[in-house]
Design a protein around this ligand. Structure first.
Ligand code: XUL
Ligand code: CO
Length: 437
């Protein structure tokens, strides 16, 4: 396979199909609970992993060529764009996401890089005239270039802070131009290696200043979408300020950024923080900051961000359960921040990987609705807290009691009945919903 132009569209053939280039569970226009699957799932293509990543790792060079037959730098990136839109057409993917450096060649100086970027934003705008896909979100890569080695908005060097601002400004402009509904800040090197050289308070204050200026600029040019933090505890920096959902919520609340800022939660980042993906989504939902997902999965035997395509149906089910309970995707979507394994080095592999990820989350969506309709889990959780619905429990919830009354109540309460959490039974219900008829 040399391109995606002349191949057949990937169709839904159902779970009995053995055609590898078909969907078994994702049926884009099928309506579930009043909404098409494509609207529930809002799948997005990640430009960096799909159009640029060539299989390089710490120990070896590229295993794939992603110049797509071109040699002139700009022509290479135009070819990538053509291919990306063909791929999205064939896969029924409606959105895409990019870093500034993903879509255009680097110039010798920033002025040249910006001109290249703007040329490619124009090119993408033209592609969008003849294709239905839209930008979901953009982000500035403020971690790759050596000037960002000490951070971007948290760099000790104000010139670096200014360059980072220029790059975010250009991305927000691109968002407005291409209809993006979110802007993502992933704090790649916004953190520290050692406190021996770090003023953490100034760095965090500067980060908040940066976010406020980005917000104000975006609003001034008509960007109505959400600004998103993407929590990650480490890698590349030893300790990153956006550690996990709870840390991000605290940061946003401390600096008065709630409302404009929400979260983009990534599965493999959750596991690096020692949490489940569902935990991170639940914290976001409970704090009213859930917006978007970077779908992927790590490998439990490896301790780093492997960004694998998600195929774990349990995790997809629990994630979609949270998405549904949060009211579904609005300005966000489900971006596959995932790359094919290094030895999976053909264009077919990319297609197969997306099919695998999309089918997994389609299953997750179907099963999450099944679990909610089944009702036993929600019902169990609801009844587990019955003691707070009347008597002393209701007084606690209503704020009409105090420690004096509670102590007296406890003194006179001779037998406390503590009920089972029934974890194994509840896990069986999930299996029944997943595998039963
Ligand atoms: C890195 C990561 C990034 C962000 C965007 O771990 O997830 O690709 O999603 O910068
Ligand atoms: Co990500």
């Amino acid at each position: 396979m040399k391109s995606y132009k002349d191949i057949k569209k990937v169709e839904y053939l159902g779970p009995t199909s053995k055609d590898p280039f078909s969907f078994k569970f994702y049926n884009p226009d099928e309506v579930i609970a009043g909404k098409k699957m494509r609207e529930h799932l809002k799948f997005a293509l990640s430009w960096w992993h799909t159009m640029d990543y060539c299989g390089v790792d710490m120990f070896g060079g590229p295993t794939e060529d992603k110049n797509f037959g071109q040699t002139d730098p700009m022509k290479i990136y135009e070819a990538k764009a053509d291919l990306a839109f063909d791929l999205m057409d064939k896969l029924s993917i409606d959105y895409y996401c990019f870093h500034d450096v993903d879509i255009a060649p680097q110039g010798k100086i920033y002025k040249e890089t910006l001109a290249n970027f703007n040329h490619m934003v124009d090119y993408l705008a033209k592609k969008q005239e003849t294709h239905s896909q839209r930008l979901l979100w953009s982000t500035a890569n403020n971690f790759g270039d050596k000037v960002f080695m000490n951070g971007a908005a948290t760099s000790p060097n104000a010139d670096v802070f200014a360059l980072a601002a220029a790059k975010v400004k250009a991305c927000i402009d691109a968002d407005v131009r291409l209809g993006g509904t979110a802007y993502v800040f992933w704090g790649g090197r916004e953190g520290y290696e050692t406190l021996l050289n770090t003023n953490m308070k100034l760095e965090q204050d500067n980060l908040a200043r940066f976010f406020k200026m980005a917000r104000d600029y975006g609003r001034s040019v008509g960007f109505k979408g959400d600004y998103l933090l993407e929590p990650k505890p480490k890698e590349p920096t030893k300790h990153q300020y956006d550690f996990d959902s709870a840390t991000c919520c605290n940061f946003l609340r401390t600096y008065g950024l709630l409302g404009d800022f929400k979260l983009n939660i990534e599965a493999n980042h959750a596991t690096l923080a020692g949490h489940t993906f569902q935990h991170e989504l639940r914290v976001a939902r409970d704090n009213g900051v859930f917006c978007s997902i970077d779908a992927n999965q790590g490998d439990y035997l490896l301790g780093w961000d492997t960004d694998q395509f998600p195929t774990d149906v349990y995790n997809a089910l629990y994630a979609m359960y949270e998405v549904i309970k949060a009211g579904g995707f609005k300005n966000g979507g489900l971006n596959f921040d995932a790359k094919t394994r290094r030895p999976s080095n053909t264009l077919e592999d990319i297609l197969l990987a997306y099919i695998a990820g999309m089918d997994t989350f389609a299953l997750g969506l179907r099963l999450a609705y099944k679990l909610i309709e089944d009702g036993r889990i929600d019902d169990f959780v609801n009844h587990r807290y019955d003691s707070y619905k009347s008597g002393i429990g209701k007084k606690i919830v209503d704020g009409t009691t105090d420690f004096k009354e509670l102590a007296e109540y406890a003194l006179n309460n001779e037998e406390i009945k503590v009920e089972s959490g029934r974890q194994e039974y509840l896990e069986t219900i999930v299996n029944e919903v997943m595998f039963g008829k």
